[in-house]
Design a protein around this ligand. Structure first.
Ligand code: K7E
Ligand code: CUA
Length: 692
């Protein structure tokens, strides 16, 4: 017996002892001529289980570490995950909901892109997608980057989720009672955003920072006028929690120099009320490689320092409320001049084109990752305040005060090559993604109260290699005032050889890492291919903080209005009403029929189809599609939906339920008969018999 096999047996003994307490597992192992008798008998004794586990491990070439990783992530049928991860969907324009540690995808949330399974944008939800039109044009995708869970006192409260679309500068609000998008807002100033979305500790404000500077208000100016006419910005959307909506009328933006603002984060604890943003391109490079200019990649990285933006949001909001704003494209903007004069905006040098700014759980420190510099730079909020109070500073060419770097910096930690983003745990550790190594670095957060780690402050502790280039990382509740730790997900941009190739386009790779221990050890547990876009950021919330509806509160519920729809179809009140050439269909939906089943209209009629799923059972969703009319709805238990279309194409259209809902699901259909305009018109609807 090899040493490795002996180790497996030893380990299997430990696992077997655990397993023997519960019901005997009966997982398939395939045809294995060497499998022991206990495997086929399903006998409950520990020794048989051990031998069986060892045999499986040997057959599948699994190491003891593999078995531990499997035991830490495997989630038996019917058991739920401890955490839920909300991951941006990158260019899919969506959000993905993933269980942790099982790494099972639970749901897609349609946000900026139509989503056929939910029927989002195929007759229902079109009005929400229409809110995201830009200059009257449908923009039916997004580049979602940074999801932000709503917070109460700096902790996730499980009520709402916000997300930005970097490609078109839009933000969306998702209601976590039903995981549906409720609102999309187009930023009236900017054409790209990246520093969004981030929330203040009580979600009073949702932050959306711009990225590539343009003339504000989506206006035109030649690029030769970059310094005079192009501007950066950060927008503060006022969140009305009761309404579950962002309120544009109470929102405002701040004009910023045409540096490229990158990420933002909100202060907390002592720094609550302040906002921090990193930037690149303080060089104000304008590219033009075709004219012999340095390309952006070089031009944007010429200076040794860029600027951490430090913004007094409380004061900015007071100025906005006092009318100190100007209007650009119908939106209130606090001018740069005013922000400077009133002490709202400060800069602090930050090493060379950094990426990511993260406020530590205590709110005392702000961590900026070097990207082109192997350090993370830690700024002290208390020191920043002292320097501001001293009134001693230079200014940049726009008059913005530049605070002394050395006077504001608490520490620098050399973490490795290509640091991008930092998150925190409950043990006083910080974790930084290293794009170039690629790895996750663990380091000690100096001055962290309640720190359990024995290492001295501000020290690199260890690294775990990831596969491959990592962007963001997410620790369970790792950007709140009270991180959980335990799990870290590396969001890797390349997967290279980790999975079976799927043509030349390969998935991204989420890697789950166990950070429950201390010191150097941070074992990798699981690889999860993400073949649906490039998620940038994710947040991981404790599952028991989420309290979604499992059926809508009442039959006839209109999710978009958050109330029962007056006049929603109900049992016995199904009917078809004609008013001129407008036809209203009032239809109930239940296993396994629609009522009415015959809907006759005339070519050219405007059809307004009201549907209520009258089910009250868990998971009793029905679909509703009409062929060739690009209509598909998903009606969850209790849901009311309204679909409008012009019956412009004559013919006979079998509509049917698209969710396999019962044994008679195939029979759940009906006919839409659109009578050609050259035939005698349908006069009055057929009488509908109330359901008995
Ligand atoms: Cu990819 Cu937050 Cu857009 Cu960094 S960002 S990786
Ligand atoms: Cu209802 Cu299938």
């Amino acid at each position: 017996m090899s040493v490795r096999h002996a180790m497996l047996l030893l380990l299997a003994g430990g696992l077997g002892a655990l397993a023997s307490c519960g019901p005997q597992a009966s997982g398939p192992t395939g045809a294995n001529p060497t499998r022991p008798a206990s495997q086929t008998t399903g006998g409950g004794n520990g020794a048989g289980g051990n031998a069986r586990l060892a045999a499986v491990a040997q057959q599948r070439n699994l190491t003891p570490d593999d078995l531990v990783a499997a035991a830490m992530t495997y989630t038996p049928s019917g058991r739920h995950d401890e955490y839920i991860q909300f991951a941006s969907g990158g260019h899919s324009g969506q959000v993905f909901v993933i269980g942790v540690p099982s790494m099972r995808i639970l749901r897609t949330i349609g946000v900026f892109t139509p989503e056929p399974w939910q029927g989002y944008g195929y007759g229902v939800g079109n009005d929400i997608l229409a809110q995201g039109r830009v200059n009257g044009r449908d923009v039916l995708w997004g580049d979602t980057h940074h999801p932000a869970l709503s917070e109460t006192r700096g902790d996730y409260d499980g009520q709402f989720l916000f997300i930005n679309d970097k490609a078109n500068a839009r933000v969306a609000v998702i209601d976590l009672r039903d995981y549906e998008t409720r609102q999309i807002l187009k930023n009236p100033l900017s054409l790209s955003d990246h520093g969004g979305t981030f929330v203040t500790p009580n979600t009073e404000w949702v932050i959306e920072g711009g990225q590539y500077s343009t003339p504000l208000g989506m206006a035109y100016a030649p690029i030769s006028e970059y310094e005079e006419s192009y501007r950066g910005m950060v927008t503060f959307w006022k969140f009305d929690r009761n309404a579950g909506r962002l309120d544009p009328d109470r929102s405002f933006a701040m004009e910023l120099p045409p540096y490229w603002q990158d990420l933002f984060d909100a202060g907390k604890g002592p720094s609550e009320g302040w906002i921090f943003g990193n930037s690149i391109n303080t060089e104000m490079a304008t590219g033009g490689i075709e004219q012999g200019n340095p390309p952006f990649e070089a031009g944007v990285s010429r200076r040794d320092m860029d600027y951490l933006h430090v913004i007094n949001l409380v004061k900015a909001a007071e100025l906005a409320a006092a009318g100190r704003t100007v209007e650009i494209n119908g939106f209130d903007v606090l001018p740069l001049e005013t922000a400077v004069a009133e002490g709202v905006l400060y800069f602090i040098p930050e090493p060379k084109s950094p990426h990511g700014v993260d406020v530590a759980p205590s709110g005392e420190f702000i961590v900026v990752s070097g990207k082109l510099d192997p350090h993370v730079t830690v700024y002290s909020f208390a020191k920043i305040q002292q320097v501001i109070a001293s009134g001693q500073y230079d200014t940049d060419q726009f008059g913005v005060p530049i605070l002394d770097y050395d006077a504001c910096v608490e520490a620098q930690v050399e973490v490795g090559l290509g640091p991008l983003h930092t998150q925190f745990d409950h043990q006083g550790y910080a974790y930084t993604s290293l794009f170039l190594e690629p790895a996750v670095a663990r380091w000690t957060l100096g001055g962290a109260s309640g720190s359990l780690n024995p290492e001295p402050d501000w020290t690199l502790v260890g690294k775990t290699s990831v596969h491959y280039n990592i962007g963001h990382l997410a620790v369970a509740e790792g950007d709140t005032v009270s991180p959980d730790g335990n799990y870290l997900i590396a969001m890797n941009k390349w997967s290279i050889d980790r999975f079976m190739p799927t043509g030349p386009l390969l998935p991204q790779n989420f890697q789950l890492i166990d950070i429950s221990g201390t010191g150097e050890r941070m074992p990798l547990l699981y690889d999860m291919p993400m073949g649906i876009g490039e998620p940038h950021y994710a947040q991981i919330i404790r599952a028991d903080k989420l309290h979604p509806w499992t059926v809508y509160p009442e039959v006839g519920w209109n999710p978009h209005e958050g109330r029962v729809e007056v006049g929603a179809p109900s049992v016995g009140r199904e009917r078809i009403e004609r008013h001129g050439n407008e036809v209203h269909v009032y239809m109930t939906v239940v296993r396994s029929h629609f009522n009415p089943e015959h809907v006759e209209v005339n070519q050219g009629d405007r059809v307004i189809w009201h549907l209520t799923n009258i089910e009250r059972a868990l998971d009793a969703s029905h679909g509703f599609c009409i062929p060739t009319y690009n209509i598909n709805a998903s009606l969850e238990a209790g849901e009311y939906a309204r679909i409008e279309f012009d019956a412009d194409v004559p013919g006979v259209f079998p509509f049917y339920c698209t969710e396999f809902c019962s044994a008679l699901h195939l029979e759940m259909m009906g006919y839409l008969l659109v009578k050609p305009s050259d035939q005698a018109a349908v006069e009055a609807p057929e009488p509908i018999q109330p359901e008995s």
